[in-house]
Design a protein around this ligand. Sequence first.
Ligand code: HEC
Ligand code: HEC
Ligand code: HEC
Ligand code: HEC
Ligand code: HEC
Ligand code: HEC
Ligand code: HEC
Ligand code: HEC
Length: 421
Amino acid sequence: MKKIFERLSCLAFIFWGVIFLILSFSSAFSQNCVDCHKTRTPHIVSDWLLSQHGRNDVNCQVCHGEEHKGSDDVAKARIPTPETCALCHEEKVNQFKKGKHALGWAAMKAMPTAHWQPMALMEGMKGCGGCHKIGLKTEAEIKELKTTGPGFGIASCDACHTRHLFSVAEARQPQACQTCHMGFDHPQWEMYSASKHGVRFLLKQNKVLPENAAAPTCQTCHMSEGNHEVRTAWGFLAVRLPLPEDKSWADDRVTILKGLGVLDPEGKPTARLEVVKAADLARLTQEAWQKERDKMIAICNRCHSANFARGELEKGDKIIREADKLMAEAIRIVAGLYKDGLLPKPKNYAYPFPDLLTFHDAPTVIEQKLFVMFLEHRMRTFQGAFHHNPDYSLWYGWSEMVRSLAEIKALAEEYRAKSRK
Ligand code: HEC
Ligand code: HEC
Ligand code: HEC
Ligand code: HEC
Ligand code: HEC
Ligand code: HEC
Ligand code: HEC
Ligand code: HEC
């Protein structure tokens, strides 16, 4: 009897033991993000294992939360925002927030044309949104993205050190900027990579030049000492306040400001000026501009004389002046056609004046030409100068501006000739 009892309790012990093992194993399994994701998304796990995060116990849960536990509750996985990174990298997040990248989403949405683009290109991030997602989003915008799509693209911080390696070595290469800073209206990659600066650096990457040979990357000039606050003196549009002392340049600049819709055709500030201020699209004081300029000269000065550097940057300024001259003339020609009733006033615009910000959708060839002259050719002219690429400044920039202006003149003459008939 005693033996049987002993045997039973022994069996029970084994039985409960096995149950316990199964339960604890399966619960460990079902809670272990890495084990399950090793089969579900194996290369997310292998990248994470290679990363500093993987090596420092910064687990999946830290960024994605713990509410999603298995295949049937995937929607509960949290998608991180810069606030998540700020838990451990507060300084970088604070720097980032002060710079222009943080404004990328807001600036895109502030454009009048943004609302007429197909959804997939904006929120869907296949067009404008694909690059501008680097900007911060508000709580409301994140919610909206969740309802219009799966809600990805809100992290911002994975733009240069991409998930899940989050590699600082990757972020230090100029290629980290390439995807966004290329192409139509901001081909900094093409300009830089073919300039002497870029060629030298690429030869360093190829190990033709020694590792410590001097060659600046985009980051050397724009993220000096790892500072995540990026901003330049002139910015993208190369307009700023105050107006230049040179009278004819100031007149040309006023025409361009009218074309941007921040001044009305009479020269009075419009509501759009507030939008421009809010999105930090232009430096509004001499001091704000000078501060960035001085910072840049100090960076050049590590490899060049300050004299040389100042001279080079001033050439860039002069090229903006020359480009503005051609641009303003073209704007005045098209404005004249509206004024004389030869061209219908731009739709979706209050004034009978060219609106360079809505011309994506301009109905006529002459208006399209003006838009491309501004956004493609003028950009290339001065951006090429600042990035030491004579081919962009001259052939893709200046020469194309001259050609566009000639075409705009010819088309305007056709409108006028028709009206005389
Ligand atoms: C038992 C398996 C399993 C476990 C455990 C698991 N996941 Fe998942 N997870 C999945 C599956 C399946 C998907 C969907 C994958 C797909 O769409 O291909 C997923 C998707 C995700 C996504 C993407 C969400 C989306 O909307 O596409 C994240 C982020 C994620 N898991 C994180 C985690 C984290 C963090 C843990 C641990 C707390 C975890 N997972 C645990 C199976 C699991
Ligand atoms: C729980 C803390 C924690 C969170 C949250 C966190 N990190 Fe980290 N991160 C670390 C630690 C620890 C290291 C390694 C030590 C170091 O470099 O400080 C690291 C290193 C890094 C590095 C340098 C990697 C390298 O190659 O040297 C980058 C880049 C980085 N993290 C980006 C991010 C981003 C982006 C986020 C948000 C999506 C984030 N981290 C969230 C703790 C964290
Ligand atoms: C290939 C990536 C890419 C796409 C696509 C893109 N942008 Fe941009 N956008 C940029 C970059 C990079 C800059 C900054 C360029 C510079 O400063 O030279 C920029 C600048 C801007 C600016 C000016 C911001 C400022 O502070 O001066 C606005 C506004 C803007 N984009 C709106 C849009 C809209 C609207 C679309 C879609 C119709 C769009 N972008 C498509 C990458 C992109
Ligand atoms: C340091 C923060 C961080 C850690 C740690 C982390 N992730 Fe992520 N994860 C991100 C970011 C950032 C994104 C992109 C978010 C977005 O789209 O804005 C992301 C996206 C994802 C996605 C969906 C997008 C895709 O490419 O499929 C999955 C799945 C995912 N993570 C799984 C995991 C798993 C599994 C682990 C652990 C092995 C993990 N993550 C660890 C930050 C992290
Ligand atoms: C425009 C590209 C870019 C973006 C966007 C970006 N980073 Fe970085 N990050 C870099 C570069 C470049 C470095 C290397 C800096 C250096 O050489 O010290 C870096 C380095 C880091 C490091 C390592 C710092 C160290 O001293 O080891 C951390 C942490 C980091 N970034 C966090 C973030 C966070 C958090 C965000 C989002 C707010 C972010 N980064 C967004 C380019 C970027
Ligand atoms: C995911 C796309 C993306 C990546 C990657 C990216 N940028 Fe940008 N960058 C933008 C956008 C969009 C803007 C315009 C934001 C605005 O002004 O609202 C911008 C603006 C800038 C500006 C400010 C120009 C001004 O108006 O003063 C600089 C400088 C800059 N980026 C440098 C870099 C560098 C250097 C890297 C790589 C280390 C980089 N960016 C990587 C999208 C990107
Ligand atoms: C040798 C330094 C240097 C390097 C390298 C460099 N830039 Fe620049 N960048 C400048 C200067 C100088 C300006 C004009 C500053 C001003 O407004 O006075 C500028 C301007 C910009 C602007 C504002 C619009 C424009 O083009 O004028 C962006 C955006 C930008 N750079 C991105 C990049 C990217 C991305 C790379 C790498 C592919 C890069 N830069 C490489 C010095 C540099
Ligand atoms: C990290 C070092 C480094 C930095 C920073 C740097 N450069 Fe250079 N730069 C070089 C080297 C090396 C060359 C190639 C020298 C040659 O062409 O003989 C060069 C070439 C040039 C050239 C063309 C060659 C020439 O002598 O006419 C110009 C123009 C130039 N740099 C301007 C600038 C300006 C402006 C800045 C700051 C915005 C700057 N560089 C920042 C290293 C640098």
